[in-house]
Design a protein around this ligand. Structure first.
Ligand SMILES: Nc1nc2c(ncn2[C@@H]2O[C@H](COP(=O)(O)OP(=O)(O)OP(=O)(O)O)[C@@H](O)[C@H]2O)c(=O)[nH]1
Ligand SMILES: [Mg+2]
Length: 324
């Protein structure tokens, strides 16, 4: 499941500082020798990967970045101050293309840093030109300009976890309980027609339309999206306690997954029994026991009305995403 976003940033690195002409100040000898320092290096600008899919929206109104210039050289051979490098936070999954050179790179890992434009080198002070044949050098050179370019950033996200299950199982409600997705929820089948995406501590969760028996052969809506969950790392399989036969529900979905693509059957899965507030404890225990015989995966009980159960789900999902 892909979620595309794009933006263009204009980026300029800092210019190098100029070299200067200075002389050693000695009593009685105002021109004691060349002592003009070199200019400092201009700041380079880097892209830094962060787990935050919303960070691009912050650059909508302000898409221009300029690195600090290097300082000019000083007297007494002092080197100019280097500009402090600038880091632009961009989401993991960004593909970054320099529109001038056509070069592109991708941010794959949290914390990864890549240089976008290099800062200019500082110029040379007159001391640099001192030699036996040039004892009173008046030469100096200006700092080099920092590189400058426009970058086209495209974010192509692949969901980390996919919520699957029969229609009305409570998938969208669960997504809403752990993210700000604000997905539409309804007490009827096929409330969800297009996938909903949620940002879960930087991981992308995707809630897809309900899957029904025969989905792998093209029935219902979920089949269109089975294709996309093949690329997620974790499946969150939702089964409602309201169901007459939760074990049958479980088998229907597992069957559809495996018929569609065998690899889907091997994915890490959390089995979530939803709407536990609607049944008593005995029923919960009975369903849990029967399902434990079907799977070795985690089985959790959830009610979106119970904060501690939502937290338990959230912790389990985080652990699974971190370790896969
Ligand atoms: N009592 C109770 N009702 C719930 C709970 N979770 C979901 N529901 C209700 O179950 C119904 C279906 O919820 P949805 O989240 O829309 O289910 P879905 O699986 O996304 O459904 P589709 O998009 O149609 O596949 C809604 O009326 C929800 O309010 C729960 O924990 N407790
Ligand atoms: Mg839904």
């Amino acid at each position: 499941m892909k979620f595309i976003d794009e933006i263009t940033l204009s980026v300029k690195a800092g210019n190098g500082g100029d070299g200067v002409v200075r002389w050693l100040q000695q009593r009685g000898n105002p021109r004691g020798g060349p002592a003009g320092g070199n200019g400092g290096r201009g700041a380079s600008v880097y892209a830094r990967a962060v787990r935050d899919i919303n960070v691009l929206s912050k650059y909508r109104g302000n898409n221009s970045f300029v690195g600090e210039n290097g300082g000019a050289g000083g007297k007494s051979s002092q080197h100019g101050k280097n500009g402090e490098n600038l880091y632009i936070n961009l989401p993991v999954g960004s593909i970054i293309t320099n529109t001038t050179t056509g070069e592109s790179f991708e941010l794959l890992n949290d914390g990864q840093e890549e240089r976008m434009v290099a800062g200019g080198y500082g110029g040379l002070g007159n001391e640099h030109f001192k030699s036996s044949i040039n004892v009173v050098p008046k030469q100096w050179t200006p700092g080099k300009p920092g590189e400058e370019a426009d970058f086209y950033i495209e974010l192509a996200l692949i969901a980390d976890a996919g919520f699957i299950g029969l229609p009305n199982a409570g998938k969208s409600s669960l997504l809403n309980a752990v993210t700000q997705a604000g997905a539409k929820v309804g007490g009827y089948q096929f409330t969800t027609l297009d996938p909903n995406l949620g940002d879960f501590y930087g991981y992308i969760l995707a809630d897809i339309p309900g899957i029904i028996e025969g989905a792998s052969e093209g029935k219902g809506l979920g089949h269109k999206f089975l294709k996309h969950v093949t690329r997620t790392r974790v499946l969150v399989h939702c089964i409602s306690f309201e169901s007459v036969d939760p074990v049958a529900d479980y088998r229907i979905i597992r069957n559809e997954l495996i018929s569609y693509n065998k690899e889907l059957g091997d994915k890490k899965e959390i089995l979530v029994l939803t709407k536990s507030d609607l049944v008593d404890e005995n029923k919960q225990k009975e369903v849990y026991k029967r399902l434990s015989k079907e799977t070795k995966d985690n089985i959790l009980t959830i009610s979106i009305l119970d904060d501690s159960l939502v937290k338990e789900f959230s912790d389990t999902l985080t652990k699974l995403l971190k370790n896969s």
